[in-house]
Design a protein around this ligand. Structure first.
Ligand code: HEM
Length: 133
């Protein structure tokens, strides 16, 4: 994973992280309405901050060269219990990248897009594997 590009792009959205997170979920629910039901009983304000906290932790972990596998395995197991299916992951990845592009415009460079696409791929593969019975 390209820690520097993840960090640079994340730091550009971090000062407005509440707005970023809200736009991300708005986009997810508008573009992929099938994801909405999963969050039927969710406190979305809390969810928005936990998404951003987790993204920050993953970026910091990648930067420090930490082994994120145990954390992602537990996160993946919890997602399985929330009813999240493997096919939901690319939808979230797509909405996340689109939110970055929308938010940052040309400051979100193609190399940053690649870095997030790759990071999301690795993260979701580990989460999905953890949820497989
Ligand atoms: C990179 C991938 C993802 C990350 C980092 C992530 C992060 C999180 C975090 C930190 C929470 C808070 C609760 C917990 O820690 O267990 C959470 C909850 C949740 N996530 Fe995700 N998530 C990801 C992918 C997805 C996907 C693909 C879906 C399905 C559309 C999804 C749906 C949910 C739902 C339904 C909850 C439970 C909300 C509740 O407590 O009611 N997540 N996620």
């Amino acid at each position: 994973m390209n820690a520097l590009l993840l960090k640079e792009s994340f730091e550009m959205v971090a000062p407005q992280k509440e707005i970023f997170a809200r736009q991300f979920y708005d986009r997810l629910f508008t573009t992929f309405p099938q994801t909405r039901a999963l969050f039927a009983r969710t406190d979305m304000r809390r969810q928005e901050s936990s998404l951003m906290a987790t993204l920050a932790a993953v970026v910091a972990g990648v930067e420090r060269g930490e082994n994120l596998e145990p954390v992602l395995r537990k996160l993946g197991e919890r997602h399985y219990s929330y009813g999240v299916q493997p096919e939901h992951y690319p939808l979230v990845g797509q909405a996340l990248l689109a939110t970055f592009a929308d938010f940052l415009g040309p400051r979100f460079t193609p190399a940053m897009q690649d870095a997030w696409a790759q990071a999301f791929e690795v993260i979701s593969a580990q989460m999905i594997a953890a949820g497989e019975p």
